[in-house]
Every structure is written in C-alpha cells, then in structure tokens.
Design a protein around this ligand. Sequence first.
Ligand code: GAL
Length: 350
Amino acid sequence: MKKKLLSALLCVAMAATLLVGCGGSDKPAGNDTPATEQKQEASKDDASGATTYNVGVAIYQFDDNFMTLYRNEIEAYFKTLETDSVKYNVTIVDGKNDMATQTDQIKTFITQGMDVIICNLVQTSSAELIIDEVVAANIPLVLINREPLGDNGDESYAGILDNPGVCYVGADARQSGTYQGEIVLGLPDKGDINGDGKVSYVMIEGDPENPDAQYRTQYSIKALTDAGMEVECLADQVGMWATDKGQEIAATALSQHGDAVEVIFCNNDGMALGAAAAIQAAGRTVGKDIYLLGVDALEECQEMVKNGTMTGTVLNDHIGQSHTAVDVAIKALNGEAIDNYYWVDYVMIK
Ligand code: GAL
C-alpha cells in the first residue's frame, strides 16, 4: 500500500516538474484567449505549475478610511479568484498623498514587469503622465476612485478614451451629492429647523482636486435648490477627507454660528465622524437641533444613522468597485477587450 502511494506521489511530482518546464505558455484556466506576448513574458510559473500574474496596486494614501476598505477588498477578492492553475501576486503601495512618490512607484511597477496596474491617482491632473508611462510599457491600466475628467468635466477624458487598455472604475459622485440633498429634503422640516425659510448649512469638503469632493459639494446643495429650497452657506472649508480636520472645521463653525447651523454636509464619513464629535462637544443633538450628513457608509456611520447620531450617509460601494476593478484587470490580463468606463451605483442610507 505504502509503496503504491509513494510511487503515485513520485508520478505527481514528476508531472509537476514537467509542467514547470513548460515555461510561461500556460493560459489561465477556463480561458481560450491567449494573453498578449508582453503579459505572458511577465507571468511566471511557480513550482506547482501555476501561472502567477503580477498585479501592482497604487493607492493615493493608506491613511484613508474608505480607501483602506477598498484596498483590503482588492487583495481579498484576488485571493478568492485564485485557482490551482492561476495565482495573483498582488503588491499594494502607499502613495502617501504625494504625486512624485506615486509616479516613482508606477515606474517601479513597470520595471518590475507588472502584468496589470490598478491605480488610485494622487492627483487626477497627473493622469496623462501616468497613463503615458503605463501605455508605453504595454501594461493594462485600471484607474480607480479618482476620475480624471474630460474637457467638459465629464467622463470623456482623452487619455482613457484613446487607449483601449486603460479604463476607469468608479461611482458617479453627482449621485452621492444628490442623495445627501434628498435625505435632507425627506426630513419633516426639509432641513429648515428654525423655520426661517432657508436651510443654513456648513460644508466640509474633501480634497478639492478630487471630483468626488467637487460634485458632492455642488450636487448636495443643487438637490435642495432644485426642489425650491432657499439655502445659506455659513461656512465651506476643506477637510481633506480626514476626521481630525472635520472635527476642527465643525467645531469652529459651531462656535462662530451657533444655533444658526442647521445642517452639516460632509463630503465623506471620515470627516462626518469628526463633525459628530464637535456637535456633541457643542451640546447639540443630531435629529433635534442639527442634521449631519456623510458619504461612504462606513460601518460605524451606518450604526450612527441607526441610533440617530447621524442623519444619513450614502453607501460608496467599495465591494462593488473593488470587485469590478479586479474583474476588469483580469479581463485585461486574459487579453480580452475592456470598456473605458465602469460605473457602480451609490445607495442612500437614512
Ligand atoms: C471618496 C471617499 C472618501 C475618500 C476619497 C479618496 O470616494 O468618499 O472617503 O476615500 O474617495 O479619493
């Protein structure tokens, strides 16, 4: 018995050795489309005979609540898609919110022979530089989260449209802003707590270079004015997506404008968490004498919406976005055609 088992194992080992000897010509399981030559060269076969694809993921900044969920899910989802014959070697780097650092990281990915690159740009104004480098190296590029806008401020960015190997995966930030405004419109007093005929608000913005911040700022208020509400902006400050800055801005606005502040709109939940702390410290009560809105639907904010310490948030679907980004990256790895744009919906949470 034992001998038989031993010789069976030996056969398996020999077969594995033969497979290793086959070099980089293995194709991913279940896919008849050959990967491009460049990609095949970069892929390596490990001892088990599996094809390993090298995936470079550049994140604008690790120290960001939402992008942490997003990048962890990219990694986890790649793992779930591995098979005996296909592996993904995923390298994720932190751009530390510095474009020069990220540019170097992308150049390093290229010299390392990444088979595909997923990039969350530090600055969308540097999209062309990054796209040019990656396209010249013949590597597919999946841009995520920060959309480089076209000349009309829409999804017509030439660097994406002109390059079949480049795409953007994201959510339309206009939708999230509109949902924030609609949550306020759905309140019994439509945000006009003191009944003076206007909604007096404080806006706490993310990075202003980022369309998510621009659109959320604009469309949350547009939803109110489109519905015929009068609005008054008491303060509009940049909090760079960060909780401590959100707290600081909200605290200052509350001490300057006191009870006049009826609604605090935050471009994301990270800053809303800070604003919630400032609201509490100022002795104000969400749902009673002030309203607080965020975006992302971080777990703790969903809890706060349930227990009333936050008025509402909007689910920025990091699962849907990360899975789409990975699925598209794999399509590109397989040599399949990809679209230029992939959109994932926001969901209102109130
Ligand atoms: C937004 C998100 C923010 C922040 C930002 C980074 O979509 O709502 O919390 O992560 O992306 O670009």
